[in-house]
Design a protein around this ligand. Structure first.
Ligand SMILES: Nc1ncnc2c1ncn2[C@@H]1O[C@H](COP(=O)(O)OP(=O)(O)O)[C@@H](O)[C@H]1O
Ligand code: SF4
Ligand SMILES: [Mg+2]
Length: 400
């Protein structure tokens, strides 16, 4: 079994590779590729991502699926990544963890994982350049990833117990068989499953139970960063809510940092400390979950919020977003959201807005509405001041 590569678009290819399917842990070797961390990152960051880009293909056929993405994730915090299907969320995390397979290639930037050692030292590993040996040695124990295809990922011919055994045997060689059994039962209990499920085959478990098994496996070695790619997307709302509650409680218990990916922005609001919204491979807005929900500034964020019912709290009218995400090989000019944006202005078609940090508010947005010169007054529902809003009919005409 290996984690050498996972096709983003080919979930079924993963079914026979239990370990790769379940959770791919990417952690850091004490030797190869390790650099001293800065004082700042020693204290705070678990992951620093800078101008990170990922392409598919080569030559004229190249498409950029992740475009100059930057963020920093602090220890014990949850970063939500939201965006419709095709916005580059899975590509981003597969590339960050070096699980991306051809034709995907990291085309720019870097990602540095800050790894806590048992002796208290923090070491930095540049994930972009780390050797395979360095990556392998850190898998499972420092960062784990629950893949998007997790529901189908358990090996159908093996009992669940085998999955736990495999991870523990490889990474905790000192553990006896009895200790492995006890640890497996403990992990199952953590995610609300009875240990008798360990003797079951995957097809004997419900979708929600299988997903909990995946999460338990991801936590098996208590990594400091857990990445979850749409772990609840295929589940019903009640099970989603239960799993989100469990993740919240596990996080406060163990203090791991988490990157949680979903197309359902309303769900993220329940779980994340901060959220980045991606569109066509770029981050278009970043804010705390509370700010993003209360006062979205990017029209796409507002559209996403109006696309999904909140898991709890006040109901709002769901209006969705007109049109569909762009074809990466034929991106619209200027702001790539302009053909779908109810607020689009003439300049939106010509010029690409940069992600601009608003220091005062501690948030970032890439939209001409929030650049003072040459723009009409920012619509009140996107001003970052009003509490919740919906896109008004005819707003596009008014803004032009
Ligand atoms: N193996 C691949 N070859 C070419 N393009 C790909 C491949 N995998 C994904 N893509 C493209 O990259 C873009 C981002 O995909 P993905 O990261 O899966 O988005 P998300 O997870 O947000 O749904 C999509 O437009 C998709 O078509
Ligand atoms: S830059 Fe223009 S098209 Fe893009 S989101 Fe802002 S208003 Fe809409
Ligand atoms: Mg995806």
């Amino acid at each position: 079994m290996s984690y050498e590569g996972v096709r983003v678009d080919d979930a079924s290819a993963q079914v026979s590779d239990v370990t790769a399917n379940v959770t791919a842990n990417v952690a850091v070797n004490a030797t190869a590729g390790v650099e001293p961390a800065s004082e700042f990152s020693k204290r705070l960051a678990v992951l620093d991502v800078t101008d990170f880009s990922v392409d598919y293909g080569v030559g004229d056929a190249t498409v950029r699926a992740v475009n100059e993405v930057s963020f920093s994730l602090e220890r014990s915090r949850v970063l939500g990544v939201a965006g419709e299907s095709g916005s580059g969320k899975s590509t981003l995390v597969y590339a960050l963890t070096r699980l991306l397979r051809a034709p995907g290639v990291i085309s720019g930037g870097e990602a540095v994982l800050h790894v806590s050692r048992e002796d208290g030292r923090v070491e930095a590993l540049n994930m972009t350049t780390a050797s395979e040996a360095a990556l392998r040695s850190v898998r499972w124990s420092h960062v784990s990833i629950v893949l998007q295809s997790a529901l189908n990922a358990l090996n159908p011919v093996l009992r669940v117990r085998h999955e736990f055994d495999e991870v523990l045997k490889t990474h905790r060689r000192e553990m006896s068989r009895a200790q492995r059994r006890a640890r497996s039962a403990q992990l199952m209990a953590l995610v609300g499953l009875n240990e008798d499920r360990l003797a079951r085959y995957p097809h004997e478990l419900s979708g929600g139970q299988r997903q909990r098994v995946m999460i338990a496996l991801a936590l098996a070695l208590e990594p400091e960063l857990v990445i979850m790619d749409e772990p609840t997307t295929a589940l019903d709302v009640v099970t989603q809510r239960e799993i989100i509650n469990e993740l919240n409680s596990l996080r406060s218990q163990f203090g791991f940092a988490m990157i949680f990916i979903t197309h359902d922005l309303s769900l993220l609001v329940e779980l994340a400390d901060e959220i980045v919204v991606m569109y066509a491979g770029r981050i278009v807005e970043r804010a705390t979950a509370a700010d993003l929900y209360a006062t979205p500034m990017h029209p796409y964020t507002l559209g996403l919020l109006n696309s999904f019912p909140p898991l709890s709290g006040e109901r709002r009218e769901l209006t969705g977003i007109p049109g569909s995400p762009p074809d990466l090989s034929d991106l619209p000019s200027g702001c790539t959201f302009h053909p779908r944006c109810p607020y689009a202005m003439a300049r939106c078609e010509r010029e690409t807005p940069e992600l601009v940090v608003d220091e005062r508010r501690g948030r970032s947005v890439a939209c001409w509405l929030h650049v003072d010169h040459d723009s009409p007054p920012t619509p009140v529902e996107l001003s970052g001041r009003r509490l919740r809003a919906t896109v008004p009919v005819g707003a596009r005409e008014e803004a032009q």
